[in-house]
Design a protein around this ligand. Structure first.
Ligand SMILES: [Zn+2]
Length: 265
């Protein structure tokens, strides 16, 4: 889990109960469905600061027991919380309280990218190119052992990923976010987190370019090495090369053949 910011998620305005009387056009709705009560309680915990960005929600079974409801109700509650952007589920790792600002930025950027296709992802790649080399340089100075461990694990996971794009892409995200976490600036982390998750399609395309994942790994290992040695200049350079490799590979034609393979006649 990469959220280290302690910003408490602000609740959407529509969470406030509608006022009765006056000029309010909305009627009081009293459908207190089970899952809504769970959502409300979790929201209250976030507002009070009992639950903070980065905290993991207990497993579905535990929550069901705690609230004395069915797992279906819990599932619905988690779904509603996700739609509100208050929690985020990571496959295999669980559900976590999000930093509301990250979510808000991500949603706006996501929309901008979708509206601005196909230039949208080019613009995002530009933002990465501006941010990430400096992130790498900062991280080289500030990174702590836990983030280094995450980076090493991510590199190992990408080595093991083989033909499985999901594993590779997840680990790739982990790698870049751990580095941003290493820069020890929650705003930077929040910004990068909003951006890198949006580039899944681009990552999938690169994964399918012959040699793409292997080329990526060469750069990941160089970045990791530089950061481990606390060499800011090398880390910055290695990240620059990685991003230009990403740019080249993402523009590579789909029919590109791996070196050494025979072209179709
Ligand atoms: Zn990468």
């Amino acid at each position: 889990m990469r959220y280290s910011s302690r910003t408490i998620a602000r609740l959407p305005a529509d969470c406030a109960p509608p006022r009765a009387g006056g000029k309010t056009v909305y009627k009081l709705v009293r459908t207190s469905r089970l899952y809504e009560q769970i959502v409300q309680q979790i929201e209250e915990s976030i507002v009070k600061g009992d639950l903070k960005a980065g905290d993991q929600l207990p497993a579905e079974r535990d929550l069901a027991q705690r609230f004395g409801v069915s797992r279906t109700a819990v599932r619905e509650a988690v779904k509603a919380l996700r739609e509100k952007g208050l929690v985020e589920a990571y496959s295999g790792r669980g559900t976590f309280i999000t930093d509301g600002t990250t979510q808000a930025v991500r949603q706006s950027l996501d929309l901008m990218v979708k509206i601005g296709q196909p230039e949208g992802s080019t613009h995002l790649a530009e933002v990465r190119a501006i941010l990430e080399p400096e992130i790498a340089a900062l991280a080289a100075v500030r990174i702590q052992e836990p983030e280094l461990t995450t980076m090493r694990e991510a590199v190992a996971a990408m080595d093991r990923a083989g033909q499985d794009p999901e594993t590779y892409i997840e680990a790739d995200l982990d790698f870049h976010l751990a580095l941003a976490e290493g820069a020890a600036n929650p705003l930077i982390l929040s910004l990068l987190d909003s951006i890198v998750g949006l580039l899944r399609e681009q990552r999938l395309r690169i994964f399918r370019v012959p040699g793409g994942p292997e080329r990526g790994q060469i750069h990941h290992k160089r970045i990791l090495d530089a950061v481990e040695r606390h060499d800011a200049e090398k880390a910055r350079e290695a990240m620059r090369s990685h991003l230009s490799q990403v740019r080249d590979d993402s523009q590579a034609p789909a029919a590109k053949r791996a070196p050494g393979k025979h072209a179709a006649h």
